[in-house]
Design a protein around this ligand. Structure first.
Ligand SMILES: *Cc1c(COP(=O)(O)O)cnc(C)c1O
Length: 376
């Protein structure tokens, strides 16, 4: 049995090596390392895949969020709603741009923004909502979009973790995660579902004017060569990464199926275990399992993590503390108890190895350890 890892990047590379090597070698030979033709070609392919009109590649998923927010030209001090249970990047860019992050609690099952609590948090200073499609599943976008439309708010979807996930609307129609709001963003960090060999990100929108502004901002605010119409940043996707991503995008549906199959296998082991809940599936979303995250009773979570570590099974706590309780955001004045669901989740969650190369043998080994812990 191969060693267990949270993510098996090497195994995936070895399986796809001939295609990947050829695509990357072509860039090396061409020496067009910056803005080579593969960058636009990948952007076009991703736009086709997501059924979105405009894709602007950039340097990483955090830049994507920052550029998306910059493109909306929001006045400093205005409020932007983000989930309290999340990776830091979404809140960080709000604060960096002089806007005010307003944390909101999440739903206990899907762990994404709770629309009822979003509604309660909207004030006359609220200008945008940034839902995060956490762990591979869509936030309840229709309810959030209804709120946003009624209150004239922008919506930026942080889709770093759910590329390829489908939102299912009330009529049964589907749209890809990240294409329902005004702007969507993603990350190609190596461990993400569509990961590159370094940093990368992208911004998508159906809005032609916003797309033009986003392109300018990502390129030093440049309208035409050496003519700067606004203050921008330098945020590019390397040609080497774009060439690799073009290859991997052709496999994204297969990657998703492999993750879903692995999740179903885990489910079959853990379905009936007392003190443990398998990941819930929202009726309005497919799940692409960026993470396979169990919820365990808080008294047992850390002991389970230690037990697994002793047994040679890696696991991770995404996330150990909600954002409102971190020192960096203390200035916002939140306190413990403000977001009980997020706070409890931080004590309950544990993510098991989840990637495209998991074997049934590996999963049986992992499951046996988890089950043994709960039987002791
Ligand atoms: C990974 C991630 C990001 C940031 O992506 P980087 O490419 O690492 O900057 C942002 N938001 C979420 C939810 C993420 O998981």
């Amino acid at each position: 049995m191969n060693p267990l890892q949270m993510v098996d990047l090497k195994g995936q590379y070895q399986r796809l090596k001939p295609e990947i090597d050829a695509a990357m070698q072509a860039v090396v030979e061409s020496t067009a390392f910056i803005n080579g033709p593969q960058v636009q070609s990948f952007a076009n392919s991703l736009a086709d895949y997501l059924n979105v009109l405009h894709v602007v590649p950039c340097a990483n998923g955090t830049d994507a969020l920052q550029i998306a927010l910059m493109a909306l030209d929001l006045p400093a001090g205005e409020e932007v709603i983000v989930p309290a249970f999340n990776y830091v990047a979404t809140a960080e860019v709000i604060a960096l741009l002089g806007l005010k992050p307003v944390f909101v609690d999440v739903l206990p099952d899907s762990m994404c923004l709770d629309p009822a609590k979003v509604r309660a948090a909207i004030t006359d200073k609220t200008v945008a909502i940034m839902p995060v499609h956490l762990f591979g599943q869509c936030a309840p976008m229709e309810e959030l979009m209804d709120l946003a439309i009624a209150q004239e708010l922008y919506v930026i979807e942080d889709n770093a973790q759910a590329i390829g996930a489908q939102y299912i609307d009330a009529e049964g129609g589907t749209s890809f995660a990240g294409t329902l709001g005004h702007i969507g963003t993603t990350s190609f960090f190596p461990s993400k579902n569509l990961g590159c060999m370094g940093d990368g990100g992208a911004i998508f929108t159906q809005d032609e004017e916003l797309a033009a502004v986003i392109k300018q901002i990502a390129n030093h605010g440049q309208q035409k060569k050496y003519h700067y119409s606004r203050v921008g940043v330098n945020s590019r996707l390397d040609t080497l990464q774009a060439a690799l991503l073009e290859v991997k995008l052709q496999h994204l549906n297969d990657f998703i199926l492999r993750r879903q199959k692995a999740a179903a296998t885990y489910d079959s082991y853990f379905n009936e275990v007392e003190g443990l809940s398998i990941p819930s599936r929202a009726p309005y979303s497919s799940h692409v399992f960026h993470q396979y995250t169990l919820q365990v009773i808080p008294e047992k979570r850390d002991a389970l993590k230690d037990y697994l570590q002793q047994a040679g099974v890696p696991s991770m706590i995404y996330y150990p503390a909600p954002l409102h309780l971190h020192e960096a955001y203390a200035y916002l004045g939140y306190k413990e108890g403000d977001f009980p669901v997020s706070e409890l989740l931080c004590k309950c969650v544990i993510s098991l190895p989840m990637h495209t190369e998991l074997t049934e043998l590996q999963q049986a080994f992992i499951a046996e350890k988890v089950l043994r812990f709960f039987q002791q």
